[in-house]
Design a protein around this ligand. Structure first.
Ligand SMILES: N[C@@H](CCC(=O)N[C@@H](CS)C(=O)NCC(=O)O)C(=O)O
Length: 205
């Protein structure tokens, strides 16, 4: 099999969730770093891959897929034919989709946004992001109080989608100290065979 090409920015949690999925599935891949500061993601060449001008994007042979959650769905559907990572059963599949929506909604606008402010000085209101993060992390903590993984008794793409920005929330000044169940779950994801970490940045005050 030819390696899947992953266009990424190494400090992006959206990109890390894709890299993590590629690794967990044991798929060969090559990473191509896109210089966001130089706006390489808005170049005509890159816009042909993703008209939204955002990473991550993958190329798998002649197939190009953008959007991190769409990529997780693609990879699991194509390469995990047993349907463990992306369950086919209706209710389980819907539970996974709920978590993908949380990853694209309150996780992105909460903990991920707070981190972009602290790491890159994005002109966003940190307190607003912190308030969204508090609600989202509270919900996650409650959900994990009596569960090992998010959408099933085993890990699914839901866990992969939520992991990166949750684990790195402290880099955005969002402490995980009040969330023991979340910290336990992060440890279980990190213990999975072929887990790859995201590049660490300093914890923010
Ligand atoms: N919904 C998209 C969001 C991707 C996204 O926000 N990517 C950021 C990096 S984390 C990006 O490419 N930013 C460059 C820009 O805004 O120009 C996904 O899940 O892939």
């Amino acid at each position: 099999m030819n390696p899947i090409r992953l266009y990424r920015f190494a400090l992006s949690g959206h990109c890390h969730r894709v890299e993590l999925m590629l690794s967990l599935l044991g798929l060969p891949y090559e990473a191509v770093d896109i210089d966001l500061e130089a706006r390489e993601q808005k170049s005509p060449e890159f816009l042909r891959k993703n008209p939204l001008g955002l990473v991550p994007v993958i190329e798998d042979g002649t197939t190009t897929v953008s959007d991190s959650n769409a990529i997780l769905v693609y990879l699991a559907t194509r390469y995990d034919t047993g349907g463990r990572w992306y369950p086919r059963e209706a209710a389980a599949s819907a539970r996974v989709q709920q978590w993908l929506s949380i990853a694209a909604g309150p996780l992105a606008f909460g903990a991920a946004a707070a981190r972009v402010i602290k790491l890159f000085g994005a002109p966003i209101d940190w307190q607003r992001a912190a308030n969204i993060a508090a609600g989202q992390l509270g919900h996650l903590e409650h959900h994990l109080a009596n569960r090992e993984f998010l959408a099933s008794e085993h890990p699914t793409i839901a866990d992969v989608a939520l992991y990166s920005y949750t684990a790195h929330a402290p880099e955005g000044g969002i402490t995980l100290a009040p969330y023991p169940a979340i910290r336990g779950w992060l440890g279980r994801v990190e213990a999975l065979p072929r887990f790859v970490p995201m590049l660490k940045s300093p914890v923010a005050a």
